[in-house]
Design a protein around this ligand. Structure first.
Ligand code: UD1
Length: 360
């Protein structure tokens, strides 16, 4: 019996490990699959609710690392995860995505000569000011199996000199979760709860430090939303980092009544809000992909994306951080000038099956 430990740390990890865990259940005589939660995200609404929505078991290990500077958080995950690996001696660990827990755990495993599989390998924004880009580069450099979600990943890894026999184009595991839970999302009461009409509201999410850590830019963003709220309702589930900065910038109850600020929303309800939005304005990586799969209009408020397929074939538009351009694009979309898209190759709900079949 082989032992595999998958790592989750932050919100975007949960929907990637859930389908992998389910797929491993088919091989329960051959593989013992365990889950380690580093505790990078710890609020109920950033973590526990996702375990419930995604029907994941309680993690087998909880490291309780919490927040801190990049060095503190990464180092604390390393110290705690090393204890788990020394005690458990797994044959392989699986890390997903690009968060601090991803790089921390891969580094610990590589030093202990434990094989590392990276799911969502090869994505590159080519912007090294993003902490995630550093995490991606380092994780890919030391992984033994690199599972790629879109073709740009194959090119990037080749250009970085990664041995091609370690690289596998398997598709997008997060889309497995989306496809699986769409019927449940269709029964969600999220739209009624916020008095929203399908296709008649804008969904906003923003949490990148580059967008929300500057008081001035955050104020400009809120002015943009005030302008758009004159035309459409806006629902904006607020990430803890953004919440803190909005509070510091003095935002409270005095916003336009068409702007609904909420706490972070669970997986199923958020999927319902994504599917039915007329427009999404975001700086998230995952939401660029989910909107592309669902054919929902998406404006990304960033200057680059590590997920270029969503722009090349999907409904995503990478508009940058000039907010006049964002406003113009949003108004064009709201008046019917939309971008048609297709679903990228192998985003078919079977990625976790491909990964587990290969690993078994
Ligand atoms: C992390 C990931 C980012 C991902 C995002 C999704 C890194 C470098 N970044 O960013 O790629 O898109 O998660 O949310 O790993 N906080 C809470 N409660 C929580 C978690 C965080 O209040 O449960 C607050 C803390 O004040 C913390 C801040 O949010 O300092 C930032 O959390 P952190 O995990 O460092 O990074 P994120 O911005 O969430």
């Amino acid at each position: 019996m082989k032992k595999i430990i998958s790592v989750v740390g932050a919100r975007p990890n949960f929907m990637k490990v859930a389908p992998i865990h389910k797929a491993f259940q088919r091989y329960s005589t051959k593989i013992r699959h365990l889950i380690c939660h580093t505790g990078q995200h710890y609020d109920k609404k950033m973590s526990k609710v996702f375990f419930e929505d995604l029907e994941m078991p309680h993690p087998d290990f909880y490291l309780g690392v919490g927040s801190g500077s990049h060095a503190e958080q990464t180092a604390n995950v390393m110290v705690e995860f090393e204890k788990v690996l020394i005690a458990e001696k797994p044959d392989l660990i699986i890390v997903v995505g690009d968060v601090n827990s991803t790089v921390a755990c891969s580094l610990v495993a590589a030093k202990l000569n434990i094989k590392v599989a990276h799911v969502e390998a090869g994505l590159r924004s080519f912007d090294r000011t993003m902490p995630e880009e550093i995490n991606r580069l380092l994780t890919d450099a030391i992984s033994d199996y690199l599972f790629v979600s879109e073709k740009s990943g194959l090119t990037n890894l080749k250009n970085e000199g990664i041995f091609q026999n370690k690289v596998f184009f398997v598709g997008n595991v997060m889309i497995d979760s989306l496809i699986h839970y769409l019927p449940k999302a269709d029964k969600s009461s999220a739209l009624q709860n916020y008095s929203l009409t399908p296709s008649d509201y804008i969904l906003v999410t923003l949490h990148r430090p580059s967008n929300v850590d500057s008081n001035d830019f955050l104020k400009d963003l809120m002015r943009l939303f005030e302008n758009l709220a004159a035309k459409k309702k806006i629902i904006f589930p607020v990430h803890p980092r953004t919440k803190k900065n909005l509070e510091e910038a003095g935002y409270g109850n005095d916003l336009n009544k068409n702007i609904i600020l909420t706490d972070p929303i669970g997986y199923i309800d958020f999927l319902a809000l994504t599917k039915n939005a007329g427009l999404i304005i975001t700086d998230s990586g995952g939401i660029q992909e989910e909107s592309t799969y669902l054919g929902v209009q998406c404006i990304t408020v960033r200057n680059n994306t590590e997920r270029p397929i969503t722009v090349e074939v999907g409904t995503n538009q990478l508009i940058g951080t000039d907010l006049n351009s964002v406003e113009k694009c949003a108004l064009d979309i709201l008046s019917g000038d939309i971008k048609y898209g297709k679903i990228p190759e192998l985003w078919d709900g079977k990625t976790a099956e491909r990964i587990t079949e290969f690993l078994v």
